[in-house]
Design a protein around this ligand. Structure first.
Ligand SMILES: NC(=O)CC[C@H](N)C(=O)O
Length: 358
């Protein structure tokens, strides 16, 4: 069956259907990872987005149980150059099962060039391109609906029973499984809590540390939930990742803005300002913390993107709070930055002050 990717400016790309035969709209983004299509599709941060894979062959190693980043795929659709379906564990059948449409056989280089030149654009995967733009309702990234769709509604404890003395609270905006795994692997007991819980309710759990998770949409959609966090940040070692990083900055009066077309992929170079070391990082974000929006008397920028100089990491001078825009848990992508968990958790377990883990 023919499928079409219709951009909001009217340009149409054609291909063949893959996955579920239903029309869906979303922000068209691209990811440059060479592998990891299953992790990308199940990363809750992609909710509301149509993901274009720049790697030309997708589906070639099937679906691998246990590699999901959450219980199901969340993206609105996928755009693929060449698809490969291995019988029995086919990416296309898996997308179909979960109701996600896709288009294959597309000139993805041209799609990516368009998004890079025009900036972030919305699009629609459809079988009827002619009247498509008249009937579409575009998803609103400033809606909290995206986070509500993917985040927990009730607290969940991991493992179910644990004698671990160190307790981490993961404030959930749509966390990736590998973020939770990174904590469990290091022997922590973790409670995942809904993002809308007031800080006092979270403090009552007596966490030794807080992790603010990744998540979909515009961080400013969450600003009503950020008041009251700063006093907690003063006392409890906290790390923010991706959306969590943006929210930590907003909670302290910083500002965020949209990048022209985002950073998504497993090959983003990030420089650690202190050491000059460059890590190759896994990324998936469309927004960024504005460089000059944080008070330098309070904050130091620890990491910057090598390509565009955007802020990739921050640390507070006196509170035990740090945050990174990239994904130290990787999945998909290289583990260069994984040591950040160890630095953070060192501080959590020893009660050391922030200076020790910069
Ligand atoms: N992976 C994430 O947490 C993404 C954060 C935010 N939704 C952005 O696109 O910038």
């Amino acid at each position: 069956m023919k499928a079409y990717l219709v951009f909001e400016d009217g340009e149409v790309f054609s291909g063949e259907w893959i996955g579920s035969p239903r029309e869906k709209a979303g922000e068209v983004v691209f990811t440059t990872g060479m592998t990891g299509y299953q992790e990308v599709a199940t990363d809750p941060s992609y909710a509301g987005q149509i993901v274009t894979f720049t790697y030309p062959l997708i589906g070639n190693y099937g679906i691998i149980p246990g590699e999901e980043e959450s219980a199901r795929p969340h993206c609105s659709g996928v755009v693929i150059s060449e698809g490969f379906d291995s019988p029995g564990d086919s990416f296309g059948e898996w997308l179909d099962f979960w109701g996600i449409p896709g288009i294959v056989g597309v000139d993805t280089r041209s799609v990516v060039k368009k998004v890079r030149e025009r900036g972030s654009l919305r699009g629609l995967i459809t079988a009827a391109p002619d009247s498509a733009l008249n009937r579409v309702t575009w998803p609103d990234p400033l809606s909290r609906e995206w986070v509500d769709r993917v985040a927990v509604a009730q607290p969940v404890a991991y493992p179910e029973t644990s004698s671990a003395s160190c307790h981490m609270v993961l404030v959930d905006f749509g966390y990736k499984q590998s973020m939770l795994n990174a904590l469990l692997r290091r022997g922590y007991r973790v409670t995942v809590v809904p993002y809308h819980w007031p800080p006092e309710q979270i403090a009552a759990l007596q966490p030794d540390g807080l992790l603010f998770s990744n998540g979909p949409g515009d961080p400013k959609a969450l600003t009503p939930y950020l008041s009251g966090w700063v006093p907690l940040f003063r006392k409890i070692p906290t790390m923010g990742i991706c959306l969590g990083h943006q929210l930590v900055a907003l909670a302290f009066g910083g500002d965020t803005e949209r990048l022209p077309y985002g950073h998504r992929g497993s090959n983003h170079p990030v420089k650690e300002e202190d050491t000059g070391k460059v890590w190759i990082t896994s990324q998936n974000h469309g927004y960024t913390v504005k460089s000059d929006s944080l008070d330098p008397a309070e904050w130091r920028v620890t990491h910057r993107h090598v390509n565009d100089g955007s802020v990739e990491g921050i640390i507070h001078h006196s509170y035990p709070v740090r945050a990174v825009q990239f994904h130290p848990e990787a999945h998909p992508g290289p583990g260069d930055a994984e040591e950040l968990f160890d630095r953070f958790l060192d501080t959590v377990s020893s009660g050391k002050k922030v200076e020790a883990y910069g």
